[in-house]
Ligand binder design. Structure first.
Ligand code: C2E
Ligand code: MG
Ligand code: MG
Length: 893
């Protein structure tokens, strides 16, 4: 029944009002209309005096109430005058709807209609002729009833509409929420957009829905993320304190705005006439903030539907921001990831150019992170990253940004710097914070940071280039040893461009097959040619012969290192085999870059090349690993080089002394040669520090039984001094410059006749020190046998005779000095026997046969005494011989 609309004629009929009735009303209506205003005042007085109805008008001002009374008076007048005609009924239905919108309960209102009757009844009795009284009374009551019916009908219809509107909005919200699948982040991040698209489609009143986001707290631009139903003229909204959108955001409360409010911002007024009322709904998560907006075609819409329905919009917005936060943040450290960092960089750059302030852009990379990760495992590596992140954050101001860009690389933004000193200070704090030791599984671990810095707008380039410049500076900081900052400068850029050019040169060489190998002889300290080092050249059709200086940056580049290495192995081994076939047996050294060595395919590359040239024995090949290119993965390198040794291939540590890990490399890498860098050799005559380094490296190498090759020997004075210090091999322009392979045989032939006259052994005698060490070890071994103490290291190993102090000397320096003498062999045999006895004695001791162990111990002591005696005799004889030679001047032939 409630759905049947009231039609004007129907209503009059329904109330039983005839034409006669209406005519009678026409005759008398003026009597009742006179008191319309008094009636209206009484009407409101009545409403105010009852709590149930008074509450509705609590917030009305006096002026508003007066206006209501006037309208009520007009109502009373109109009701009598219009006789429930069509326009009256329509107006009453609208009034009913309005009551609904205003939340005025129709039941109480209907009750208040008794006031009409209270006014009209005395008029009826006093002024209407008796014969008309009862008919007119019935007519008046019908009028009141009809009036109420229209209002109630309007009220009910509005209420139905509200309900269906609410359920439409509710359905949209529910559908959207139901499609939330927590595990699917990408889909969920568009939830709010879906909601915005559905609202104007499903609702009869909503004509516009969308939302703005601003990605950085404290930031002053809102960006339109989605809008549906209508197109918004403005994709971004700069901060304006009066803009209701910003008011909602800043005060974190829902704001309703009418579009015809003259004080509303232009962009809102432009939404008329399709939008009459707008609501702004703020939401936030982390430092992301957003404002949703919904536009309705009717005023009062949001009050009518209720804010609860739209708060769900904000709630959904929050979910979306949470997801977005998750997508934009590094899950481990919770700081912005690369995506968000780039966004912030973009914003900070714009802000800096608007405000003419300085923006510091910094890339941070940890030094020494990988070894920690390798040693303690990824879990520990993660913990380290988290605690380093916390430390860095503590150094930052509130507007600064820290992001993790990947692995152990971080990005930092320092907006609004007042001076470069500010940046310098904060960077120093960060370096210090990272440098502090950390505990990992009960051990102290040290890492440090390298910082690459650039400053906008001093460096006035795009965000991508800013990062590229910071990266260049970072690279420079790393190259200078890490634990420091480097500021981007044009020189760095030039260096980068130069490097790119060098890489192109090498790439072209590889592509056009213009690479060639030159060879430089290596001389042993007796004046013989022991081998050659292959050195790469490019035979450029235009520029002629190019040395590595022209393509240096490409040599250890991941893109070319392996191709180059394969070329070098092939060309050098082929050349070595050819010489061998010509009767010239030379050791061939090749330079291999760190990148190729650490490439998983390195060993198979080497094996393939060895197999291809069987005429060259693996023992004739030496791989030079340069120290200046850091080996990022030392244990991997160690493993690879051990495998090379197992194949028979020798290892040399090239450019020794130039890197910052010389001693670590010497200790950890299985090398047979050390190549003293030419920078020390060049100045050793004039610079005592260089001489000390040269002497130290030579001595250490000799004690370890390694060959020492001095590079860059240019004068005879250098050669002599080096040989005197016991340097076993020399290489340099003094003997020959690098030359094509086919020139080598002739050169070797000629060189033989040169006669260098180098002293045959060093004036720095390391033997006494070694013998002292040996004596102490023997003694502590014997003691260990008696008292079952710990046995000194390397005494019992399978190959102990090669690895112990004396063993290394016997194989290296010793055999160089005395290898040709018949007395030397028994010494070697005795040394071996001593180790055998030691192993046997330990075996008996372990089996509880102490007496047998002790007797072997005595035997060992005896053998040792004999060996030392023989060794001393050999050295003494040599000394005598030298003295004689010296006396007759033969030493300096
Ligand atoms: P390096 O391995 O230390 O090679 C020795 C360098 O010193 C060579 O420079 C050689 O020509 C130069 N040299 C030799 N004797 C003297 C001397 O008495 N005085 C002076 N001033 N210099 C001397 P080069 O050929 O320019 O090579 C430079 C570097 O390029 C090499 O240093 C090596 O690190 C790298 N390199 C050369 N060939 C290859 C290669 O085939 N592969 C790789 N990965 N790197 C290579
Ligand atoms: Mg070399
Ligand atoms: Mg070198």
């Amino acid at each position: 029944m409630s759905n049947i609309p009231i039609k004007p004629d129907n209503l009059v009929q329904f109330l039983g009002l005839s034409r006669d009735d209406l005519r009678l009303l026409d005759q008398h209506w003026g009597l009742f209309a006179q008191g319309a205003e008094t009636l209206a005042r009484d009407f409101y007085h009545y409403l105010f005096s009852h709590p149930a109805t008074a509450a509705t008008f609590r917030d009305y001002s006096e002026a508003q109430i007066e206006a209501l009374i006037q309208r009520q008076a007009e109502h009373g007048y109109g009701l009598l005058h219009n006789r429930l005609d069509a326009s009256w009924q329509m107006a009453m239905q609208q009034l009913g709807a309005k009551h609904h919108y205003l939340g005025i309960d129709p039941a109480w209102l209907a009750g208040a209609y008794t006031i009409y009757w209270r006014h009209w009844q005395p008029v009826l009795e006093k002024f209407v002729p008796a014969q008309d009284r009862s008919q007119l009374g019935r007519i008046l009551i019908s009028l009141l009833m009809g009036d109420l019916m229209c209002q109630l009908s309007g009220y009910a219809r509005a209420s139905r509409e509200t309900d269906s509107e609410r359920s439409a909005v509710f359905d949209v919200l529910l559908d959207t929420l139901a499609s939330t699948r927590m595990e699917n982040n990408t889909e969920n991040s568009s939830l709010l957009q879906v909601l915005c698209e559905r609202l104007p489609r499903k609702s009869r009143y909503i004509t516009l829905a969308g939302y703005f986001l601003c990605s950085h707290q404290g930031h002053d631009v809102l960006t339109l993320e989605a809008s549906a139903g209508m197109r918004l003229a403005k994709p971004t909204l700069s901060f304006a304190s009066e803009d209701p959108c910003w008011v909602a955001l800043k005060q974190n409360q829902i704001v309703v705005q009418l579009t015809d409010d003259p004080s509303a911002p232009q962009w809102i007024q432009q939404l008329r006439p399709r939008v009459k009322e707008l609501v702004f709904l703020p939401f936030a998560s982390g430092d992301l903030q957003g404002v949703g907006f919904i536009g309705a075609r009717a005023e009062g819409y949001f009050q009518r539907i209720g804010s609860d329905y739209f708060e769900a919009f904000a709630h959904l917005g929050e979910i979306v921001l949470q997801l977005r936060n998750r997508m934009l943040r590094d899950p481990l450290t919770k700081v912005p990831n690369r995506l968000l960092f780039m966004d912030r960089l973009e914003i900070a750059r714009r802000q800096a150019s608007r405000e003419e302030s300085l923006l510091g852009v910094v890339l941070l990379d940890l030094d020494g992170f990988k070894p920690v990760n390798d040693r303690f495992g990824h879990g520990a590596g993660d913990r380290l990253l988290v605690s380093i992140t916390q430390r860095i954050r503590q150094c930052l101001r509130s507007g600064d940004t820290l992001g993790r860009l990947g692995g152990d690389e971080f990005g930092l933004l320092f907006p609004a710097l007042s001076s470069l000193d500010d940046l310098d200070m904060v960077c120093a704090r960060i370096l210090e914070a990272v440098r502090k030791p950390l505990e990992m599984d009960g051990e102290r671990v040290n890492v440090s940071a390298s910082l690459g810095v650039t400053i906008y707008p001093l460096d006035d380039v795009s965000v991508e280039t800013l990062l590229a410049h910071a990266d260049l500076a970072l690279y420079a900081a790393k190259n200078q040893g890490g634990d420091q900052l480097s500021l981007y400068s044009l020189t760095l850029d030039e260096a980068a461009q130069n490097a790119a050019k060098m890489r192109r040169t090498l790439e072209k060489g590889l592509q056009n097959h213009t690479l060639v190998l030159y060879y430089q002889p290596i001389i042993n300290s007796f004046g013989g040619v022991s081998g050659v080092e292959s050195l790469i050249r490019i035979l450029d059709p235009e520029q002629g012969l190019l040395g590595p200086a022209a393509f240096w940056a490409g040599l250890d580049h991941h893109r070319y290192a392996r191709d180059l290495g394969i070329f070098v192995m092939d060309a050098a081994f082929r050349q070595g085999q050819t010489w061998q076939q010509q009767g010239l047996s030379l050791r061939v050294s090749i330079n291999i870059s760190a990148h190729h060595l650490l490439d998983a395919r390195f060993l198979s590359d080497l094996e393939a090349a060895l197999a291809k040239y069987p005429g060259l024995a693996p023992e004739q090949i030496e791989i030079e690993i340069t120290e200046s290119a850091p080996l990022h993965d030392l244990s991997q390198a160690q493993e690879r080089l051990n495998a090379c040794n197992r194949l028979g291939v020798r290892i040399a540590l090239d450019d020794f002394g130039t890197g910052n890990a010389s001693l670590t490399y010497l200790q950890q890498l299985p090398a047979q040669s050390v190549k003293l860098d030419q920078s020390f050799v060049r100045d050793m005559i004039n610079d005592p520090k260089d001489l000390a380094i040269v002497a130290a490296v030579i001595t250490a190498s000799r004690m370890l039984g390694l060959d020492v090759i001095a590079e860059g020997v240019e004068t005879e004075a250098h050669a002599k001094l080096l040989a005197k210090m016991g340097c076993s091999h020399l290489q340099g322009y003094l003997f020959a410059k690098p030359m094509p392979g086919e020139d080598i045989p002739l050169w070797v032939q000629r060189f033989k006749g040169l006669g260098l006259g180098l002293p045959s052994h060093s004036s720095i005698d390391i033997l006494p020190t070694l013998l002292e060490g040996h004596a102490q070890r023997t003694e502590s071994f014997l003691q260990a046998l008696c008292e079952q103490n710990t046995i000194p290291l390397h005494v019992l190993d399978e190959d102990a005779e090669d690895k112990c102090h004396l063993g290394r000397w016997l194989k290296g320096d010793g055999s160089l000095r005395f290898g040709d003498l018949p007395e030397f062999l028994p010494i070697l045999q005795r040394h071996e026997k001593i180790h055998q006895l030691a192993r046997q004695a330990k075996h008996f001791l372990d089996n509880g046969e102490k007496a047998k162990a002790m007797s072997l111990g005595s035997l060992l002591e005896l053998e040792n005494g004999k060996m030392i005696g023989e060794l001393r005799e050999l050295v003494y004889d040599e000394g005598e011989l030298q003295a004689e030679n010296h006396a007759c001047g033969c030493d300096e032939r």
